[in-house]
Write a protein of this length. Structure first.
Length: 662
């Protein structure tokens, strides 16, 4: 029974894992749906940009397409006995909503047959065969449409090259390639999400037909993708040889649109900005090779192992709520000496010289800052991925549109209960829950990626499943579960116990199977060890504690700290450059030396992927209860940020502790 269920899942849902990955029937259908959109867009984008009528290519189109249909019939006849359109039939065109409806229907049917297998139904075998034929007919039909659009695109490009000139055609492709990549990937993403799959699945789907190898090296913060075959290039090469189409025309799509599509796809699935190169193309080198560098600054002069991938910036201490757990003791007033607009832009300039991170504008409540849209736009223009951390109270439809237009990529909204009154009590202001939910809806309607942040407490730790379900219903993709750290007003909250903390991480991960949310515990670096033990996909995470390695916080007045919950001032950007603080701070250097960790964290075999919570080690090793959460000079440290994490219940195997090169 177990073997039958596993085989069924592999056939219809696929197998992930590099060279041996397979998209399954579901992934194949979604892939070809996306490719139909991609190839059809080539023609429409060019015609619109050139402002010309589409040339009539009906005769050669149907001739070559007919040859392809005949080949499919011959190859598939004995393997998949399904009906295939005749050579002269034009394949059906499906809109986005029709694609979603088709895939949803097949998914429902698949779950029903899966239930038959689980129940030991004698008719399950026949149902599996019928289901396989259903999926096969749709996959083959969509592949036929893909080839139809591929042939049509090259034929039209060849005609346009003759009538408008090759140079004009190349210029037009250059102008629209970015728009082409973004719009075609957005359609693929919309279908993927609405049929219940996660955003990260899009990458596996889109690379399924020619994916050979994909590696990410976090030591170097770079990655490579290699493609050894391409169905588009194969079709273009065949047609070019048959019709004597010059190579300069036949390789236009490969040169301009494939790169743009790959870049847009990676921007969709990667959380950090990156620089992408394509040193080899299949049309000229026999294979496609893409190389990317995470968060690379404009001028890469040195190869640093540790650069900021995420920077959290408290742009103001001013806030319109009264949350009892606030780590900076936000109030209705600004902090004296907060960075003004020009200083804020200067900070963005300094950060962009070190790396191109995800820059999260937080608070207090960042929407209370008058220049917030100006700062978002400025950061986006500098190539940073701009994020916002908000309570949602000031984000209505108009504000959501302004955020989108300014260049915001993701917004985190705090939601601490599925019960409105309980959330309101936790946030200290009546009506907060309704405003947070409405903010999420407004952001999603404007196409902004939303993350829900939930702070775990004694009061809501049994509601996490319900909160996740609510977030999912609202169209949220990312869910971060925050564990309290004893700083700021958080020291006044009765926390959960270390054992409850460990169990809660396990329970949250266990729930991911029935949710399509991307889940990450925050201030809980042990989740990396737990996820590894549970056999979860680790590619989406870097390390448990990234404070000082790939992450830091900027206080409203320009002070830099390792993270929001480790209030140790390492320098101020009014006195030193961000570059100087990041690379030369003694505390930062020490955090990057895993051999410096003490106690069981220093002896733990998981220290390179976990590291323990440095803020919790600092706070609890000093009985730190500074109510206002003020920052402290390193010379005035009250605790030991290198001590073992007192909340970790794991007992390491000292003899197998990992030694990490520095």
């Amino acid at each position: 029974m177990a073997q039958a269920k596993s085989l069924f899942s592999q056939i219809f849902r696929g197998v992930t894992g590099g060279k041996n990955g397979d998209p399954g029937m579901g992934g194949s259908l979604l892939y070809h749906m996306a490719m139909v959109t991609k190839m059809a867009a080539e023609t429409s984008f060019l015609i619109e940009e050139l402002n010309v009528h589409a040339p009539d290519v009906t005769e050669p189109l149907m001739r070559f397409y007919g040859d392809f249909v005949a080949d499919v019939k011959a190859l598939a006849h004995e393997i998949v006995p399904v009906a295939i359109a005749s050579e002269g039939d034009t394949p059906a065109v499906l809109g986005t909503s029709e694609k979603i409806a088709l895939f949803t229907r097949l998914t429902v049917r698949t779950k029903a047959v899966e239930a038959q297998i689980a129940n030991g139904d004698a008719a399950a075998g026949e149902s599996v065969q019928s289901l396989f034929r259903e999926w096969s007919e749709q996959v083959i039909g969509m592949r036929l449409r893909q080839e139809y659009e591929t042939i049509k695109g090259l034929l039209i490009s060849a005609e346009l090259a003759g009538t408008t000139g090759l140079q004009r055609l190349q210029t037009a492709m250059s102008r629209v390639q970015t728009k082409f990549g973004e719009e075609t990937v957005n359609i693929a993403l919309e279908v993927t999400l609405k049929v219940g799959l996660r955003r990260e699945k899009l990458q596996d789907i889109m690379l399924s037909d020619h994916f050979i190898n994909y590696t990410m090296d976090m030591e170097k913060l770079d990655g490579r993708m290699d493609f050894l075959n391409c169905p588009i290039f194969g079709s273009h090469k065949y047609l070019a040889e048959k019709m004597n189409v010059p190579d300069a025309v036949a390789t236009l799509f490969c040169t301009h649109f494939c790169y743009a599509h790959a870049k847009a796809m990676l921007e969709t699935v990667l959380p950090f900005p990156f620089t992408l190169w394509q040193p080899q193309r299949i049309a000229t080198h026999g294979k496609c090779e893409f190389y990317l560098k995470l968060a690379a600054p404009s001028k890469i002069t040195v190869s640093e192992r540790f650069v900021p991938l995420v920077v959290s910036w408290n742009v103001t201490r001013k806030c319109n709520l009264k949350c009892p757990h606030c780590y900076i003791n936000a109030t209705k007033n600004e902090l004296q000496g907060e960075l003004n607009t020009e200083e804020a832009k200067g900070l963005i300039d300094q950060i962009s010289e070190v790396s191109k991170p995800l820059l999260i504008l937080s608070g207090g409540e960042p929407m209370l800052r008058n220049d917030i849209f100006e700062l978002i736009r400025y950061g986006a223009e500098k190539g940073l991925r701009m994020g916002l951390g908000s309570n949602g109270a000031l984000i209505d439809a108009a504000a959501a549109k302004k955020l989108k237009d300014a260049g915001i990529k993701t917004v985190s909204i705090s939601l601490d209960s599925n019960i409105p009154v309980q959330h309101d009590e936790f946030r200290g202001v009546a009506g907060s829950w309704e405003k947070a939910v409405n903010a999420i809806k407004a952001l999603r309607e404007n196409g902004v990626l939303v993350q829900v942040n939930t702070t775990l407490t004694q009061q809501n730790h049994r509601q996490i499943d319900e909160i996740m379900s609510l977030a999912e219903q609202l169209g949220v993709e990312n869910f971060h579960l925050f564990f309290l750290v004893p700083t700021g007003r958080g020291v006044k909250i009765a926390d959960i116990s270390p054992t409850m903390y460990e169990d809660m991480i396990k329970a949250t991960f266990a729930k991911t199977a029935k949710h399509k949310l991307n889940v990450r515990p925050s201030c809980a670096p042990q989740f990396m060890r737990i996820a590894k033990d549970m056999g979860l996909d680790m590619r989406q995470w870097i390390r448990g504690c990234i404070a000082g390695l790939y992450y830091c916080r900027v206080y409203p007045n320009g002070d830099i700290t390792p993270c929001p919950y480790l209030p140790v001032k390492l320098g101020n950007i009014r006195e030193k450059t961000f570059n100087d603080i990041w690379f030369n701070s003694t505390v930062f250097k020490t955090l990057r030396d895993f051999d410096a960790l003490k106690g069981k964290c220093g002896a733990c075999e998981h220290r390179s992927v976990c590291g323990g919570c440095r803020a919790r080690a600092y706070g609890l090793s000093s009985d730190f209860i500074d109510f206002c959460g003020d920052l402290h000079e390193p010379t005035e440290l009250k605790g030991d940020y290198l001590a073992e994490d007192p909340w970790c219940v794991y007992q390491p195997h000292a003899s197998t502790a990992e030694k990490t090169p520095h």
